[in-house]
Design a protein around this ligand. Structure first.
Ligand SMILES: [Zn+2]
Ligand SMILES: [Zn+2]
Length: 325
């Protein structure tokens, strides 16, 4: 709050709009732990026992603050029910992942994002903003909606493959180093985090202080394809959160129930007692210390999540899926 006020005063006194950050126009500190604690209370739309009778919207839109949205895909459209993050800067809008369904008719993601741009323009008067579409990693439940954005005006879509991603972010020594995304008054940091999948990244937003971890870290049963890479990625994320303020660690799915160590099996379309989405840096630290104790790939079961190495068969399937794509 104090920092936001100071930034606002600075902007007025210097008259430089470039001195403004997204924080400066807000009246509250949206990156505070108190604000982030709301995410612990948030009950998401969580599917139906009988999907034929499901009348929930295809996409749930949660407005966390005036420039930060969390979208969730309806479980009855895809049991994966991924979360998608939409973050506004003065110049650009970031869309992190595009969900598990291609059809615009069934899953109108592009249209939903456009409606958020209209909503946002009522605040800042800007009706045209560049859309930047990126992916937490290249599993199909995170990029299936890409075709809705392809060829649309003012859209930059970074394809979900390692060449496009490394080229766009100009990572010179993947998986080391970080890259920045400037949205205009909101500069995000991208941190390589391979392990669950080769191209996985984590995005840090200094405005909300969110660490957006995709499928690298979320309240669920997390499969790890490359154990050594994953271990290094979790250590990297712990180091990052030790040196940056993190209000919440937010991944792309919820698979845990609200009981410790218990998860909904794969394919579940109704999760009435699911765990909260938000995890904390403490959870990353706990995982890191478990991983450093282990000599090799082994299942790690903690109250809030489970991390398991992929077996040979699962790795083969993953490879075949990679060839097909
Ligand atoms: Zn996923
Ligand atoms: Zn994944």
């Amino acid at each position: 709050m104090k920092r936001a006020l100071l930034a606002g005063l600075l902007a007025i006194s210097t008259g430089l709009s470039s001195a403004q950050t997204i924080d400066s126009k807000d009246s509250a500190d949206y990156g505070s732990k108190n604000k982030a604690a709301q995410l612990q209370q948030k009950k998401w739309i969580h599917g139906s026992a009988d999907c034929k009778s499901n009348t929930d919207p295809a996409i749930e839109v949660f407005r966390y603050d005036p420039s930060s949205y969390i979208l969730r895909q309806n479980k009855c459209l895809s049991y994966e029910s991924p979360f998608i993050y939409v973050l506004f800067g003065y110049e650009k809008v970031l869309v992190l992942d595009t969900g598990a369904t291609e059809s615009e008719l069934d899953f109108p993601l592009y249209e939903t994002v456009q409606s958020l741009i209209v909503e946002q323009s009522e605040q800042d008067g800007k009706t045209e903003k560049e859309l930047l579409v990126i992916h937490s990693h290249s599993h199909s439940d995170h990029y299936s909606g890409d075709s809705q954005f392809e060829g649309k005006p003012n859209v930059t879509l970074v394809k979900p493959n390692s060449e496009a991603m490394v080229q766009y972010f100009a990572f010179s020594e993947w998986p080391n180093g970080t890259a920045n995304i400037e949205l205009g008054g909101r500069k995000l940091t991208t941190i390589p985090s391979p392990g669950h999948q080769e191209e996985a990244i984590t995005v840090y937003d200094p405005h909300t202080k969110w660490l957006l971890t995709g499928d690298t870290f979320y309240p669920g049963y997390i499969y790890v394809k490359d154990w050594a890479d994953y271990r290094a990625s979790i250590a990297r994320l712990v180091l990052f959160s030790n040196t940056h303020e993190v209000s919440a660690v937010l991944g792309s799915h919820i698979e845990m129930t609200n009981k410790a160590k218990e998860y909904y099996p794969i394919g579940t379309v109704y999760q009435p007692n699911e765990a909260p989405l938000a995890l904390l840096p403490e959870n990353l630290i706990a995982l890191n210390s478990e991983l450093t104790k282990l000599e090799g790939p082994e299942i790690v079961v903690l109250n809030e999540f489970i991390v398991a190495p992929m077996n040979f068969f699962q790795k083969m399937i993953s490879k075949i899926a990679g060839w097909i794509i």
